[in-house]
Design a binder for this molecule. Structure first.
Ligand code: TXA
Ligand code: MG
Length: 522
């Protein structure tokens, strides 16, 4: 099929209207994103939209109208809440969901008993709907799963040969899709955030809820209040990772990376290839640039990109909502004190992993070292330990470490008490040393709760026999002592379950595994 490129002239718009009336597909600009329109009352035409986009048939479409009164035949009832919202925000970047009338074919509503309706503000969009003389069903004019189109070029890239025409109306003003609010239940619920913000809707409606799937990943067995929520969205080919970090940490982190792009704000100083989406703290500029930036990442051949995090308020909520989906919910909290927590079985090779990370630019904070420092001569904690475990754990002002260990580790309760005393004090010292980016080398990472203070947790384990052999050699202990120590450790399964990545030292190459860990988790 030949796809005509039309202008916004009166002649072209009337031609486009005719194509829609005749059952064809026309992509057109709106103030949010480009839509792919068909006659909403013509089931056969509507089905062509799903085919052109490759869209799952249970994901309903928004019906676009040119005048407020065009709403009446499409819904069961224009409720008072709907009327108030329409008076406040129509025409504009808002879609409302109400119980549908029998006029709406089930292909439009995806089999639901509700319909989504929107009256765009964009003049070209409204002129087209008027020229068509019918309500226009239109999803965003992208291939399903790709970023929504904010320029005619994006539509042409995705839809050439699949639709009858594209009206080139320049770049879209907002750049993110409309806010979708359901007024079909008792309490208004925002199903998708957009340029009409929660605060703005609350001003008219009072209590407004936010569907949980807006900011968080849906659970496996949850049903989506909006079918669109459950599908992969806005996904460029690159793996996107959002870094929850301020400008300084973001810049420092990405400048350590190779083979990655920065998806950052204007003015960020990054040394790797970058693509920007607006200015820090300016949600409208971010909304405007985001989808184009995602598409440009693909064009640049990016395999991996680290994104700055938008604020979650105002229109920023819409930006965050789209970006977190583009990132498949991958987000790393770099605000935590330690960047990587490294733990694992004693003798498995933790030291080697830390050495490698040190050479990559991470500061290493060794818990054992600080535990020793904490218990050196004259430290105040020694008297706490004496009170708990007996005067004789000290000799000439020095802690008898072996003696204390032999006394404590035979009893679960005593071990717990020792940890209760030592862990917070050691962690406090380690926190004072924390510097971005750093590694916390902690044999008792989980026991001390320090895993929660690390952006990413890496473990290393090995078969017990191998660990035993190594610690016997390293610490000069006998087989029995080694076995006892290993028996007190977590299992390999535990490490795998509780870590972002577990390196297994059983003859497989550790460097390769570490590289894979960093590639996957950071
Ligand atoms: O800004 C926009 O809204 C753009 C322009 C073209 O108007 N359109 C748009 O449509 O973004 P689309 O199809 O890409 O997104 C519509 C969203 C989908 O997530 C869909 O699941 C949801 O609205 N939706 C539509 N009808 C619904 C209904 N009856 N109940 C719940 N969700 C619905
Ligand atoms: Mg869409």
């Amino acid at each position: 099929m030949e796809t005509k490129i039309l202008s916004t002239s009166e002649y072209d718009l009337s031609l486009a209207g005719e194509i829609i009336r005749d059952g064809g597909l026309v992509a057109f600009p709106t103030e949010t994103v480009y839509g792919l329109g068909a006659n909403a009352l013509d089931e056969t035409a509507v089905k062509k939209i799903y085919a052109a986009k490759g869209r799952p048939s249970d994901n309903p479409l928004i019906v676009h109208i040119a005048e407020k009164e065009d709403m009446i035949p499409l819904v069961k009832e224009v409720t008072p809440a709907a009327k108030a919202v329409m008076d406040a925000f129509f025409p504009g970047p808002l879609t409302i969901i109400l119980k549908k009338s029998d006029k709406i074919p089930s292909a439009v509503s995806g089999g639901l008993d509700t319909v989504a309706v929107r009256m765009p503000r964009n003049e070209t969009a409204r002129a087209l709907i008027k020229a068509a003389g019918v309500p226009v069903a239109a999803p965003s004019a992208n291939t399903s799963g790709r970023p929504s189109p904010t320029k005619a070029k994006h539509v042409i890239d995705d839809m050439t040969g699949k639709i009858d025409a594209v009206i080139d109306g320049g770049a879209c003003r907002f750049g993110v899709e409309s806010t979708v609010v359901s007024l079909a239940g008792d309490i208004p619920v925002i199903l998708r955030p957009g340029a009409v913000t929660k605060e703005m809707l609350s001003g008219v409606l009072g209590k407004v809820e936010l569907a949980s799937a807006v900011l968080e990943e849906m659970g496996e067995n949850e049903t989506a209040p909006s079918p669109g929520m459950k599908y992969k969205h806005y996904a460029p080919k690159a793996k996107i990772i959002i870094l929850d970090a301020d400008k300084e940490r973001y810049e420092k982190f990405v400048n350590m990376q190779k083979n990655a792009f920065a998806l950052c704000f204007e003015g960020d100083s990054v040394e790797i290839p970058k693509i920007t989406f607006g200015f820090e703290g300016d949600d409208l500029s971010q909304a405007n640039a985001l989808f184009d930036a995602l598409r440009r990442l693909d064009e640049a051949g990016a395999k991996k990109a680290y994104a700055r995090i938008p604020q979650k308020s105002g229109v920023g909520m819409a930006v965050y909502n789209r970006l977190i989906r583009a990132a498949a919910f991958r987000i790393i909290d770099l605000k935590k004190p330690f960047t990587i927590g490294v733990t694992g079985k004693t003798g498995a090779g933790k030291g080697y992993i830390c050495e490698r990370l040190h050479s990559l630019g991470y500061k290493i904070i060794d818990c054992d070292y600080y535990a020793k420092r904490l218990t050196k001569k004259n430290s105040p904690i020694l008297s706490v330990l004496q009170e708990e475990f007996g005067e004789d754990i000290m000799e000439n002002g020095e802690l008898r470490r072996r003696f204390l260990a032999d006394r404590v580790f035979v009893s679960k309760e005593k071990t717990r008490r020792l940890n209760e005393i030592m862990h917070p004090a050691v962690l406090k010292l380690c926190m004072q040393q924390a510097d971005f980016p750093c590694v916390l080398d902690a044999p008792q990472l989980f026991e001390s709760g320090a895993d929660r203070l690390c952006s990413v947790v890496l473990s290393i384990t090995a078969p017990d026999a191998l660990c035993a052999e190594r610690i016997m050699r390293r610490d000069g202990i006998n087989e029995k002592q080694a076995e006892a120590r290993l028996a007190a450790q977590h299992s390999t399964e535990f490490f795998i379950k509780n870590s972002d990545y577990t390196v297994i030292n059983d003859g497989r190459n550790i460097d390769t595994q570490l590289a894979a860990a960093l590639e996957e988790c950071l």
